[in-house]
Design a protein around this ligand. Structure first.
Ligand code: TRP
Ligand code: SF4
Length: 329
């Protein structure tokens, strides 16, 4: 399907980390060569949990654009835009909110999880409950066919499809039901073995330079059963080993064997990993330096993406108003 519309977004809650990269962005970089792609910074979504502290709001947007560029997204091949610059998203969100039953939002597993996990924040808000409805608007307004996301986003995509079906059923058929494009996920845990996440403070950022990388990798948690080098290890419980699977595929069998036999030490194993991660990061850091030295590039990238996003979403909004028979003109 040549003209398949692919859309995805990332929240601007801070600089991107390797979990974001392998969970989504790496996939986007491949897709931009094949489809009609729209990738955006979901800055409004970052307000759903971070509405109180907006001091870094603009800084974070710029960070994400630089990280996307550094990862290899190319504004000549895809559209990179900013959600809050495309106000049509807000209009569609409002209209879709009229037809979205509360129960669909309340039963969404991500909603329940986050309420429990972020107990120190007051996110019992209308906006946070409506997170999936805003996300549905982001997707449906491009009449997207496919949405490349990590598994954690599947419940939101399910709500999106339900909202699309309900709209098409009540009015007329406007929205295709978008499907998820899951990355054959390379599972990269955080430094401490839990999921890599900003809120656990266990991330490696795409922009982390060599000295930071070294400190972080050397501090990674390994198999707790290994005290001496000769103790037999269990690579499967070790996050360093999980990293080797991603960054150093060739050596995985030999490291696995040597670890189990107690023939390599964890320090040497980490140093080896550090080399591989630095090599991997090299082109990313080069592109990051390039865009850091040309700040006008951020503006240029977004201007082009915003313009195309505006055209596409204007078209959809016309269809939506017509289908709903709410056009006064
Ligand atoms: N919820 C997504 C995340 O946290 C970000 C997002 C917002 C998104 N709108 C979207 C992703 C639309 C895909 C499509 O990663
Ligand atoms: Fe992990 Fe490597 Fe140590 Fe084995 S040798 S426990 S794989 S760091």
């Amino acid at each position: 399907m040549k003209n398949m519309v692919v859309l995805s977004g990332t929240r601007s809650t801070g600089s991107l980390h390797l979990g974001n990269y392998f969970g989504a962005v790496e996939n986007w970089v491949n897709l931009q060569n094949k489809y009609d792609c729209y990738f955006f910074i979901a800055d409004w979504h970052s307000l759903t949990t971070g509405y109180e502290d907006t001091n870094n709001y603009v800084y974070n947007i710029n960070e994400v654009v630089m990280d996307l560029y550094a990862s290899g997204l190319d504004a000549d091949k895809c559209n990179i835009f900013l959600q809050s610059k495309i106000q049509n998203h807000a209009e569609l969100h409002l209209l879709l909110s009229m037809i979205t039953p509360l129960s669909w939002l309340e039963r969404c597993p991500t909603y329940k999880d986050q309420l429990a996990q972020l107990s120190e924040k007051d996110i019992r808000t209308y906006g946070f409950l409506g997170y999936p409805c805003l996300m549905a608007s982001d997707i449906l307004i491009y009449r997207a066919d496919a949405v490349p996301v990590g598994e954690d986003q599947l419940p939101h995509l399910e709500v999106t499809r339900e909202i699309a079906r309900r709209f098409n059923h009540i009015y007329t058929e406007v929205f295709p039901e978008p499907k998820a494009l899951l990355t054959k996920s390379k599972v990269l845990p955080g430094l401490d073995g839990r999921k890599m996440s900003k809120s656990y403070d266990n991330t490696i950022l795409l922009k982390d330079k060599e000295d930071v990388l070294r400190t972080k990798i050397m501090s990674m948690i390994t198999d707790p059963a290994r005290i001496k080098k000769t103790d037999p290890g269990h690579p499967d419980v070790c996050s360093v080993f999980a990293f080797h699977k991603v960054f150093n595929e060739n050596e995985v069998p030999s490291i696995c064997d040597a670890c189990k036999k107690g023939e390599i030490g964890c320090v040497a194993c980490k140093k080896n990993l550090y080399q591989k991660v630095t090599e991997f990061m090299k082109p990313i850091h080069e592109r990051r330096s390039e865009i850091e030295s040309r700040p006008e590039l951020i503006k240029k990238i977004l201007e082009k993406g915003n313009e195309n996003a505006k055209i596409k979403t204007d078209e959809t909004m016309k269809l939506v108003r017509k289908a709903m028979k709410i056009n006064w003109d």
